[in-house]
Design a protein around this ligand. Structure first.
Ligand code: T46
Length: 137
């Protein structure tokens, strides 16, 4: 599975800590958009889609959540609970976020502007686009 867990440098000093994220330096794409998810109840499951082109990184700045990942063959679950750990999410992974702590703030940096046409929101469309299409053969 082609996600990556990236460990960010913490600049800690007497003032406290600082983490910096820079396009093409410590994450592997240029980002055009940032959004953040908060106030999600523990019984809610979000995501449930893949993307056609958009690359993203996900950071649990505060609290924790789990991420279910599926490339059409393999399935994995990851817990995001460290603000220095950044998950690089390539477009071809079906992802679902769940088990949010009530204080969770999930920050996402995305390689492109919001465009609903980039979403594969039906699992069959995801399989057709990323697993069975010619582009992967
Ligand atoms: C993803 C996961 C990790 C916007 O208007 N602009 C935006 O930039 C985004 C991301 C969403 N929206 C609207 C679209 C929906 O009406 O906000 C609403 C909630 O979006 P959605 O149901 O897609 O949220 P999630 O948590 O299921 O998925 C989000 C991102 O949409 C998605 O790209 O990979 O977080």
């Amino acid at each position: 599975m082609n996600y990556k867990l990236l460990h960010m440098n913490i600049h800690g000093d007497a003032q406290g800590n600082l983490i910096s994220i820079e396009s093409m330096k410590n994450i592997p794409f240029e980002f055009k958009r940032m959004y953040y998810i908060f106030g999600t109840q523990p019984n809610i499951r979000r995501g449930k889609h893949a993307h056609k082109k958009t690359e993203q990184v996900l950071i649990a700045i505060k609290g924790s959540c789990k991420l279910f990942l599926d490339d059409g063959t393999n399935k994995e679950t990851i817990k995001l609970n460290k603000n220095y750990e950044v998950l690089y999410l390539p477009p071809n992974l079906w992802h679902e976020m769940y088990d949010f702590s009530t204080d969770c703030v999930l920050v996402v940096l995305a390689s492109d502007f919001y465009n609903e046409n980039d979403y594969l929101r039906k699992y069959d469309d995801f399989l057709k686009y990323w697993v069975h299409d010619e582009k992967n053969n």
